[in-house]
Each structure stands twice: as structure tokens, then as C-alpha cells.
Design a binder for this molecule. Structure first.
Ligand SMILES: Cc1ncc(COP(=O)(O)O)c(C=O)c1O
Length: 447
């Protein structure tokens, strides 16, 4: 069926009803950037131009756009079982199969999967699981969470409370979760300019957790949550030894460690999950985005067996964990996830991303020395180019570059004046060069 409004015919009034997330609505609707179709590593915009997708949509289309196999699996699922609860005292085979497949991919004994519909829901679910776990094992006084400055964990009240991106918290600051501390971020530019891969300096920043423990007592802390590589704050790569140190401190004080792998999961950093690449296994892991290749909303929390067992065994009878969503393990999402995991396995996408990362690194670091470029950094197929802000106008230069790139045929993400690049893992070397050429030219024009 054709949509009633085709993009080229959209007028300003047609755009009014849609209150767009994380967008300056008024400015955007004056000059909208609309995407109408996608295939491979390209979008087509409303003017019919090809736009090279340097952002995997929103860090999610890791296997590239328009994968027929996923579309087919979703269509089959929708036709066969349009909806069935994946919980609430009912289940369906696709939910169990999808969970088994996700558990098989996860490292260590992360082997139980609770489905959600987004990264934000995964984060809030993980925080609740942590609290439920401590209740179950007789340590209900462990209620504190520790997040990190510049951390992004979605937009639920839990996520913004543990998150550390100031504008996302400001309007709600009086109603955030209590008992939350934040570690310092690891964006130490003075020491780590133009780092390639993990920066050398900054493992000691994990020791700030010791200070939080000294202040409140380790026995009051339920969990620490971090992104192994911060994505939304502009690709902040953990310093060598940092995650290992966080893990060791958590272990010493019995604190659960949550890795938010919503962006880093599904091959983005050259292994299925960043936990594998860094050799650090968390107790809970949140995922979303790449799980269904962005085709349909789905997220999950992957929990260690001991956490699941503790919560389930602690309940005398009846429901053990009072939490869930109508669309947890939605049949169509499960089908999409299974088809996505099939593609990853068959095409070895994590290995492919690993094989491409060296070229990616060279390409984006070629922008060093361009006007106003104050840093370039990368890890796996995630990279960032940080620009000097314009005097008194933070974010303006970044936005100009983003918009310019779009009209010149490349999509890159912006966070303030930082451009983030995270192409589909199937991107070719030539396409990476093309992307960086478009970005470089836009950076020069914005000078
Ligand atoms: C690390 C991380 N956690 C959580 C989220 C929130 O995911 P969603 O937008 O699907 O709620 C994001 C989104 O970018 C993310 O990067």
C-alpha cells in the first residue's frame, strides 16, 4: 500500500503534527531532511539523492539496509502469529528460540535473556533486575547505582538518572532516581589527543569508584553501569586497563557490573559484543539496535545464570519478577532478531568489521589537520571527529557539517560539535574513503 503522503509532496503543514524527538522541531520543519528508502549502505532522500549511511541509521543497521531475509522472516511471523504475549503467563516458540540464540552469542555465563523494546527499556529493566537480585539474596540495602558522566543510557527515568548527559537530565533534575553517583568520564583530551584505538592514559579514572564506595559503603551499591565505549557522547573509548579495573573493584565489593552494549553490540567493535573484545565480562548486559538490524524495535537484558537463578528461586511461588512489556518478545521482533543473527553468523560480520577497522582508522585520522579539528578517535567501526565550537555557539559548527554532509550525500551523527561515524559493517573501503571525503569537504566549508 502506498503511503498517503509521499515525501516530495509534504508541505510545512503536513509536518506539524509529528513532535520529533531530539530535534529542533521548528528549524527542522523549515528545511526537513527526509529519507524515503534504503538499500545496502545507502539511503535515498526525498529529492531522490543517494546518501551514504555513515551512521548505520542510528547505530543500528549493522548488516546494511534492506536485508531481504529479515524482511521475509518478519512478514512470515506477522502472517503466522501477528501477536502473542511473550510472557504474562503465555509464550510462543519464537521467543524461546530468539532468547536461546542471543544467550549463545553472549560471553561467559550471560545466558538468560529478558526482552524489551528499546535500549531505554533495557536499561531500566537491568536496573530493576539488579535491585530484584539483591532483594533475592538477602541484601536489600544494596540500592545505590553508579553511572558515569557523559554516559548515555536512554531516556527512561532510570536511564537519565544513571546517565551523565546534562541536557537530558536538566528539566527532570528534581525527580530523578535517588541514590545515584557518577564516576568521572574518560574524555581526557589533553592526554589522549588523536588516539587510535584505546587511549593509553586514564585507567586510574576507574578508581573513583573506590571513592564512592568509601563514601557510602560497598554493601549499599547494587550496580555500576557503563557503556564499554560511550557512543552518544561522541565515541569515548575506554583507556587501556580501565574496564578491567572497574571489574576488579566491583568484584572486590560484590557490586554488579552492567555493560550497556546497545551501540557496541552486534559486531560494531569487531567482536559480537565489546565485552569479548575487552576481555571483561559484566553481570548484566543491555542490548537493542543491532539485535534486529534496526528493522523493528527490540531490546534485551542478558543476565548471568546466577542472577536469574537467585531471583527465580527466591520466590516461594507465583511471579518472581514483577516487570515486563506487552511487546516483550514480540513474534515479529523475534523473527527479525533470529534472521539478523543468521546473517551475522553466515557473513561473519564481526570479523568483517575487524578486518575493516584498520582502513577506517587511517581514513578518519586523515582529517587531522583539517580546520578546527581538535581530535579524531576511533575503535572498531566507531569513530569521532571533534571540532572546535564556534565562539559562543556550541554545536553550531557540528550541525552545519551534519547538514552539509547530508546534502552532499553522507549521513553522519552529531553530538554538539563532534561528528560520529559508525557505518554499516558491510561498508567497503572505497565507500569509507568516499564518506571521509564528503565529511572533510564539509569541515572545510564550515571553517
Ligand atoms: C548505550 C545506549 N543505551 C541506551 C540507548 C537507548 O536506546 P533507545 O533509543 O532504543 O531507547 C542508547 C541509544 O542510543 C544507547 O546508545
Amino acid at each position: 500500500m502506498t503511503p498517503t503522503m509521499t515525501a516530495p509532496a509534504l508541505r510545512a503543514t503536513d509536518l506539524e503534527a509529528h513532535w520529533m524527538p531530539f530535534t529542533p522541531n521548528k528549524a527542522f520543519k523549515q528545511a526537513p531532511r527526509l529519507l524515503t528508502s534504503a538499500k545496502g549502505v545507502h539511503y535515498t532522500n526525498a529529492d531522490g539523492q543517494q546518501v551514504l549511511d555513515g551512521a548505520s541509521g542510528l547505530w543500528c543497521v549493522n548488516a546494511g539496509h534492506g536485508r531481504e531475509e529479515i524482511v521475509q522472516a518478519m512478514a512470515d511471523a506477522a502472517r503466522t502469529l501477528d501477536y502473542a504475549p511473550g510472557g504474562f503467563q503465555l509464550g510462543h516458540p519464537l521467543g524461546f528460540e530468539a532468547a536461546k540464540r542471543v544467550a549463545a552469542l553472549a560471553p561467559g555465563d550471560l545466558d538468560h535473556v529478558f526482552f524489551t523494546n528499546s535500549g531505554s527499556e533495557s536499561v531500566d529493566t537491568a536496573l530493576k533486575i539488579a535491585l530484584a537480585y539483591w532483594q533475592s539474596v538477602g541484601q536489600p540495602e544494596r540500592v545505590r547505582f553508579v553511572g558515569r558522566l557523559k554516559g548515555y543510557h536512554g531516556v527512561g527515568f532510570g536511564g537519565i538518572s544513571v546517565g551523565g548527559i546534562e541536557p537530558n537530565r536538566r528539566a527532570y533534575a528534581r525527580q530523578l532516581l535517588p541514590h545515584v553517583d557518577h564516576l568521572p568520564h574518560t574524555h581526557e583530551l589533553a592526554e589522549n589527543w588523536f588516539s587510535r584505538g584505546q587511549p593509553a592514559h586514564g585507567a586510574h579514572l576507574a578508581d573513583a569508584l573506590e571513592a564512592v564506595i568509601a563514601k557510602h559503603g560497598g554493601g549499599t551499591i547494587a550496580a555500576v553501569i557503563v557503556e564499554p565505549v560511550s557512543g552518544s557522547a561522541g565515541v569515548l573509548v575506554p583507556p587501556v586497563g580501565y574496564l578491567e579495573r572497574l571489574r576488579a573493584i566491583c568484584d572486590a565489593h560484590g557490586i554488579l557490573l552492567i555493560f550497556d552494549e546497545v551501540i557496541t553490540g552486534f559486531g560494531r567493535v569487531g567482536t559480537t559484543f565489546a565485552a569479548e573484545r575487552f576481555g571483561v565480562t559484566p553481570d548484566l548486559m543491555t542490548i537493542a539496535k543491532g539485535l534486529t538490524n534496526g528493522t523493528v524495535p527490540m531490546g534485551a537484558v542478558i543476565a548471568r545464570g546466577k542472577i536469574y537463578e537467585a531471583v527465580v528461586n527466591a520466590a516461594a511461588s507465583g511471579i518472581e519478577f514483577f516487570h515486563g512489556y506487552t511487546y516483550s518478545a514480540h513474534p515479529m521482533a523475534c523473527a527479525a532478531a533470529i534472521a539478523t543473527m543468521d546473517i551475522h553468523a553466515r557473513e561473519g560480520l564481526a570479523a568483517r568489521s575487524r578486518a575493516t577497522e584498520g582502513h577506517f582508522e587511517q581514513a578518519i585520522h586523515s582529517l587531522r589537520g583539517f580546520p578546527n579539528v581538535r581530535d579524531v578517535r576511533n575503535f572498531g567501526l566507531m569513530g569521532a571527529v571533534e571540532l572546535e565550537p564556534r565562539e559562543g555557539k556550541p554545536g553550531a559548527r557540528g550541525l552545519d557539517v551534519h547538514i552539509d554532509c547530508f546534502w552532499k550525500g553522507a549521513l553522519v551523527r552529531i553530538t554538539g560539535d563532534t561528528l560520529a561515524i559508525a557505518p554499516p559493517l558491510v561498508i567497503s573501503r572505497e565507500q569509507i574513503d568516499q564518506l571521509v571525503d564528503i565529511l572533510g569537504a564539509a569541515i572545510k566549508r564550515a571553517a
